[in-house]
Design a protein around this ligand. Structure first.
Ligand code: SF4
Length: 372
C-alpha cells in the first residue's frame, strides 16, 4: 500500500513535473521599474533589507545577495529624511528595482518617490490627511512610481477607534481597501498593487481571497510578523501556498525574523513546489522509511544530497527504501536508487540500469550524478 507521505510526494511531483493544475487569476499588469507584476508575468519574490537604510554600503551588499538569490524587488525602510537621501544613492547602484517602506509621513513618501523608488509601500490608513494622500498619488503619477496600498490587521480599528473582534477583521480590512482603491481610481491612478497583512494564517487566506474576488489589481501575498524561521516557515508556506494554489498572488514575501536571503530561498521553494517557478536546483525525493527498510535510507539520502551540491540543474533524484514504491517513484525521477534486501537498483529515467550490493549504491549513484 502506498503511504500517505508518498501519495503527497507523488502529487507534488506530478504537478511540478507537468507544470499543470494551477490557473492564475487574471490581474492587470503593474510596472515596477523594469519588473512587471501581475498578468502572466512570473510571480515576483520580494524581501527587505535588514539594516538601516542610511548604511548605504551594507544595504547594497544585501540587495546584491538578494538579487543573486532570485529576489525580484527589495524593500527598504524609510523612517527619516536621511534614509530618503540614502535611498537615492542605493537606487543608483542597485541591480534590481527598490521599494520604499513608508509609514505616517507624506513627506517621506514623496521624498522616496523623488529619490527613485520604483514602488512605495503605503498604508493610506496611517496618513491622516486625505490631501496628503492625494499629493503622494500625484507625485507617484509624475514619476511613474507604483504604489502598494494595503492594510495591516494590527492597524484595523472600528469607528470608535477600538480593537475589532477577530471575526470582523477580514470584512473591515476589505472595506478599508475598497475605500483606498476608490480614492486612487478617482485620482486616475491605477499603478496599484494591493495587500492585506495578518499574522494569522486563516485570516491571511480569507482576506486575500476577498481582495482577489473584488479587484483585478495584482496582489502581494505574505504572512506578516510570522516569527523566527523555524516557527514561521510552516504557517507562511500554508498561507502563501494555499493562495497560490488557488491562483491568487502576483508577488510574495516570506517574512522571517532572520536572514533575508533565507526569505527568498524559501519563497522560491514554495513557488517551485507548486510548479510556479523554474528551479535550477536538484529535487531530492526520499521515502519516509518504515519497517520494510533494510538499509539506512536517511544516511544514504544525506550522502546523495552532498553529492548533489554543485549541480545546478533541475534534476530529480529519488532515494527509496524498498521495492514497494521505489520503481514507481523512479519513473518520475532522472535518477533513482531503490534499496532492497542487501542490494539495490539504480534507475535512470525510470529504466533499471544496474543492480548491486548495498555498499556500492552510493558510489554508483554518485557516478551517475556526475554524468548529469
Ligand atoms: S521502505 Fe518502502 S514502503 Fe517503507 S516508506 Fe520506504 S519505499 Fe515506502
Amino acid at each position: 500500500m502506498i503511504q500517505a507521505e508518498n501519495v503527497s510526494n507523488l502529487i507534488v511531483n506530478r504537478i511540478y513535473g507537468l507544470k499543470m493544475g494551477i490557473k492564475r487569476r487574471k490581474t492587470r499588469v503593474v510596472k515596477v521599474g523594469n519588473v512587471k507584476i501581475g498578468g502572466k508575468n512570473p510571480i515576483v519574490v520580494q524581501s527587505m533589507t535588514k539594516v538601516a537604510t542610511t548604511d548605504v554600503g551594507r544595504c547594497l551588499g544585501q540587495i546584491r545577495r538578494l538579487a543573486d538569490a532570485g529576489c525580484g524587488l527589495v524593500r527598504l525602510a524609510v523612517p527619516t529624511g536621511a534614509d530618503a537621501i540614502a535611498l537615492s544613492k542605493i537606487v543608483a547602484k542597485s541591480p534590481i528595482p527598490l521599494v520604499a517602506d513608508i509609514h505616517f509621513s507624506p513627506r517621506l513618501a514623496i521624498a522616496s518617490i523623488e529619490a527613485g523608488a520604483a514602488k512605495i509601500r503605503l498604508n493610506p490608513g496611517n496618513i491622516k490627511d486625505r490631501k496628503d494622500i492625494l499629493r503622494i498619488i500625484d507625485a507617484a503619477k509624475l514619476h511613474g512610481t507604483a504604489i502598494r496600498a494595503g492594510v495591516n490587521e494590527a492597524s484595523i480599528r472600528d469607528l470608535k477607534n477600538e480593537v475589532v473582534p477577530e471575526a470582523k477583521r477580514v470584512s473591515l480590512m476589505l472595506r478599508e481597501i475598497k475605500k483606498y482603491v476608490r480614492l486612487f481610481e478617482k485620482r486616475g491612478f491605477t499603478n496599484l498593487v494591493l495587500s492585506a497583512k495578518s499574522a494569522d494564517t486563516v485570516r491571511t487566506i480569507e482576506i486575500n481571497r476577498a481582495i482577489s474576488d473584488t479587484f483585478d489589481y495584482p496582489v502581494h501575498v505574505g504572512l506578516t510578523h510570522a516569527g523566527l524561521p523555524e516557527d514561521a516557515k510552516i504557517p507562511s508556506a500554508i498561507a502563501i501556498g494555499t493562495l497560490l494554489a488557488e491562483g491568487i498572488g502576483d508577488t510574495i514575501r516570506v517574512s522571517l525574523a532572520g536572514g533575508s536571503v533565507e526569505e527568498v530561498r524559501f519563497g522560491l521553494r514554495i513557488l517551485g513546489s507548486l510548479g510556479l517557478a523554474e528551479s535550477d536546483e536538484p529535487e531530492l525525493t526520499v521515502c519516509p522509511t518504515c519497517g520494510r527498510c533494510k538499509v539506512d535510507v536517511v544516511r544514504l539520502a544525506k550522502q546523495v544530497k552532498r553529492s548533489l551540491r554543485g549541480v545546478s540543474k533541475p534534476v530529480k533524484v529519488a532515494v527509496m527504501g524498498c521495492i514497494v514504491n521505489g520503481p514507481g517513484e523512479a519513473q518520475d525521477a532522472d535518477l533513482a536508487v531503490c534499496a532492497a534486501m542487501g542490494k539495490g537498483y539504480i534507475y535512470r529515467k525510470g529504466k533499471k540500469i544496474a543492480t548491486m550490493g548495498e555498499d556500492e549504491l552510493l558510489d554508483a549513484l554518485t557516478a551517475e550524478i556526475k554524468k548529469l
